[in-house]
Write a protein that binds this ligand. Structure first.
Ligand code: SF4
Ligand code: SF4
Length: 56
């Protein structure tokens, strides 16, 4: 499962634009993944500049 570390996310939105499942949205300027939609492709993990998305 992929989760966003909200203390690390800076809300740049880069992962949202690239998620193939449109599983990520911003909540209070931080990314939030809908685990029911996530395909676990790990694109967000690779593209995030601050490594906020993490496999848990
Ligand atoms: S792992 Fe892939 S499908 Fe899941 S939230 Fe990240 S980019 Fe979207
Ligand atoms: S790419 Fe990283 S810093 Fe930017 S919104 Fe996504 S998780 Fe947050």
């Amino acid at each position: 499962m992929v989760k966003i570390d909200v203390d690390t996310c800076v809300g740049c939105g880069g992962c949202i634009d690239l998620c193939p499942a449109t599983a990520i949205c911003l909540v209070n300027d931080r990314s939030c993944i809908d685990v029911d939609l996530c395909l676990e492709c790990l694109t967000c993990v690779k593209v995030c500049p601050v490594k906020a998305p993490q496999v848990v």
